[in-house]
Design a protein around this ligand. Structure first.
Ligand SMILES: NC(=O)c1ccc[n+]([C@@H]2O[C@H](COP(=O)([O-])OP(=O)(O)OC[C@H]3O[C@@H](n4cnc5c(N)ncnc54)[C@H](OP(=O)(O)O)[C@@H]3O)[C@@H](O)[C@H]2O)c1
Length: 258
């Protein structure tokens, strides 16, 4: 199936590694040119190089912090100069603070502020500045990575749940406002996606990680490509009548009917 995004310009935030990198690869495999944005110059340049080599599209790396207004302004200027605008915006974000804790143990306001900055403020910062570029084109896609916790809060994850829910509400407002400009706005809510690059620093012990697989009817973790594929489909022409939605990618872990 041709997803209709060949030659489109896609920005993926927080894309020097992990999910952001894999989503950028997946969009590039469908022919989209990609802009990568994160703080580590070496990693970003390596990802841009591998994307160009493997998929034959343009991949531009821009170093910056999505929580910092001037860095995002510089990113917007680069997209205007290099691509004349933007079609697809994937809002991947840094993780909430580690280690995860019980809600009653989350008494350090610095951790709350970090969680807010990492998961919600950065999203608002990027959307605020990037949206005029997308609406100007009369067609666009905005996709935020949130968490399955927005539907069924997971133990020890309040620093994630609270702000992912905020992103979900923000995206719903946005969907209602920009639909008339031909722009769809959706969330992808993952859980239990394998993160091999973080194996040594995972929040879970090997025994806990094994137990987590049993949380789904499928009895396994999800793969990076299963997550990236859903994001890429939401960026497609065929997904044009889906907006204001949250698509779960959690192997059936959340046990509700809807
Ligand atoms: N795996 C799952 O099942 C799951 C479930 C729910 C939610 N999530 C969420 O999915 C997201 C991605 O997960 P992941 O495993 O890929 O995370 P990760 O490996 O920690 O990667 C995070 C990315 O964010 C970038 N980054 C960090 N701070 C940044 C900033 N201030 N501005 C711009 N970029 C920044 C990092 O690059 P630099 O350090 O170079 O900036 C890196 O590229 C996270 O928010 C995670 O909580 C994952």
């Amino acid at each position: 199936m041709d997803l209709g995004i060949k030659g489109k310009t896609a920005l993926v935030t927080a894309s020097s590694g992990g999910m952001g990198r894999n989503i950028a690869h997946s969009l590039a495999a469908e022919g989209a040119n990609v802009v990568l944005f994160a703080r580590s110059e070496d990693k970003l340049k390596a990802v841009a190089g591998e994307i160009t080599q493997q998929h034959g599209v343009r991949a531009v790396a821009k170093v910056g912090d999505m929580r910092v207004g001037n860095d995002v302004t510089a990113l917007i200027e680069l997209m205007k100069a290099e691509f004349g605008g933007l079609d697809i915006l994937v809002l991947n974000t840094p993780r909430p603070p580690n280690p995860i804790r019980e809600t009653t143990e989350e008494v350090d306001m610095a951790r709350w502020d970090e969680a807010y900055q990492n998961q919600l403020a950065g999203v608002v910062q990027v959307v605020s500045q990037a949206m005029p570029l997308i609406t100007a084109r009369g067609w666009g896609r905005v996709i935020a990575i949130t968490s399955a916790s927005v539907k069924a809060p997971m133990a020890h994850h309040s620093l994630s749940t609270v702000f992912r829910a905020g992103v979900t509400a923000y995206m719903k407002h946005l969907a209602n406002e920009v639909g008339a400009s031909g722009v769809t706005v959706n969330c992808v809510a993952p859980a239990l996606i394998e993160t091999p690059h973080r194996a040594g620093s995972a929040a879970y012990s090997p025994a806990q990680a094994e137990a987590r697989k049993k949380l789904t009817p499928l009895g396994r973790m999800g793969t990076q490509s299963e997550l990236a594929g859903v994001v890429t489909f939401l960026a497609s022409v065929q997904a044009g009548f889906i907006t204001g939605a949250t698509i779960p990618v959690e192997g059936g872990m959340v046990g509700s009917l809807f």
